[in-house]
Design a protein around this ligand. Structure first.
Ligand SMILES: O=C(O)CCC(=O)C(=O)O
Length: 289
C-alpha cells in the first residue's frame, strides 16, 4: 500500500477491513492486529448508531458523567473536552456499548472465554483547538492491570483527515514492553501515577514506521493497550470527535498499581480478574461441561 503524506510527514497506511464483511473479525484482521498493533474497520457503524452516540454527548459533557473535563487554553479559539466511564449515567452511551454489534467485534478480536467492558472515553476537540495534541503514549501505562488482552475500539464521529488523525508506531506492542505514563497536558512534566522506573515511551524515532490513515465518520480503529500512539491537535474549522470503548479479555487481572479511579474499583483483589459491576462481562462463551 502506498504511503500517505501530510504537512507533518509520511505515514504508511493502517491495514483496513470492510467491517460489513466477515473478514473484519476473521484471520486477516486478527493477523494485522497481532502484527501491527492497530487495524481500521471501515464503516463499522452507520448513521443510526452514530446518532445514538451523539445523543449522549451533551449529557456527558454537561455533567451527567462524573469524570469529565473541559479544557480551554489561553489564546486558543477552541476548547477540548473528554469524559471517561460515562456509560453508567449516560443512557445513549450504554445503549451503544451493550446493544450495538460493538461487543461482538471486540469479542471476535479478543477471543477467549469472555470479554468485559473496561471503560468508555469521549474526546471532542472543538474547531481550532490547535494545541490539543495527544503525546506519544501507551494506554496500558495508565492501567493497574496485568494481561495482554486489552483493546481500544475508537469510533470516529467526524471525518478526520490525515492532518488530525491518530499515528501509531507499527509493532510497538510486540515486545510487550511497558512504558512510563506521561501527562497529556505536560508530557515533559510529572504525572502523578507515572512509574518512574519505566522508560519513557518511544516517539517517532529514526527508522520507526508510523501508521496512520484518514477516517470517515463511522470508521473504527482498534488497537492494543501496548501500542504506542499519538495525535495532533485539531487545526480544522470543524469539530473532531471520537467515542472509544475499551475492553478486557480473560487473561486480565488487577495488579494494585496506582492509577486513576476510572481504571479501578474498591472491590478488586490483587491477582484476581477485574470483573465487577463497574467492569461487567458483556460476551461470554457457553460453559462446556
Ligand atoms: O484522539 C486523540 O487525540 C487521542 C486518543 C488516544 O490517544 C487514546 O484514546 O488513547
Amino acid at each position: 500500500m502506498a504511503a500517505e503524506s501530510t504537512g507533518q510527514g509520511e505515514f504508511a497506511p493502517i491495514a483496513w477491513f470492510d467491517a460489513a464483511c466477515e473478514t473484519s473479525s476473521g484471520p486477516d484482521a486478527l493477523e494485522a492486529l497481532a502484527y501491527d498493533g492497530v487495524i481500521c474497520l471501515r464503516q463499522a457503524f452507520g448513521q443510526p448508531w452514530l446518532d445514538v452516540i451523539e445523543a449522549g454527548i451533551d449529557e456527558a459533557l454537561g455533567g451527567a458523567s462524573t469524570d469529565v473535563e473541559v479544557v480551554q487554553r489561553d489564546g486558543e479559539a477552541g476548547s477540548f473536552s473528554f469524559s471517561s466511564g460515562a456509560w453508567q449515567t449516560v443512557e445513549p452511551f450504554r445503549r451503544f456499548i451493550f446493544d450495538s454489534h460493538l461487543p461482538d467485534i471486540a469479542w471476535n478480536l479478543l477471543g477467549g472465554a469472555h470479554v468485559a467492558l473496561f471503560y468508555d472515553f469521549l474526546l471532542l476537540k472543538e474547531p481550532h483547538s490547535d494545541s490539543a495534541s495527544t503525546p506519544w503514549h501507551q494506554d496500558h501505562s495508565y492501567y493497574p492491570l496485568d494481561g495482554f488482552k486489552v483493546i481500544n475500539s475508537w469510533v470516529a464521529l467526524d471525518d478526520i483527515p490525515m492532518d488530525s488523525t491518530l499515528r501509531f508506531l507499527r509493532g510497538s506492542h510486540r515486545s510487550r514492553s511497558l512504558f512510563r505514563a506521561v501527562d497529556f497536558d505536560n508530557p515533559e512534566g510529572e504525572y502523578r501515577h507515572a512509574r518512574y522506573e519505566l522508560p519513557r515511551p518511544p516517539s517517532a524515532e529514526a527508522g520507526a514506521e508510523i501508521l496512520a490513515t484518514a477516517l470517515s465518520a463511522g470508521d473504527m480503529l482498534v488497537w492494543t493497550s501496548y501500542t504506542v500512539h499519538s495525535a495532533p491537535g485539531n487545526r480544522l474549522d470543524r469539530r473532531r470527535a471520537a467515542f472509544s470503548v475499551n475492553w478486557v479479555g480473560d487473561d486480565v487481572t488487577f495488579n494494585g498499581k496506582p492509577s486513576l479511579d476510572t481504571y479501578r474499583d474498591s472491590t478488586q483483589q490483587v491477582g484476581a480478574p477485574i470483573i465487577c459491576e463497574k467492569f461487567p462481562i458483556v460476551r461470554s462463551a457457553p460453559e462446556i461441561r
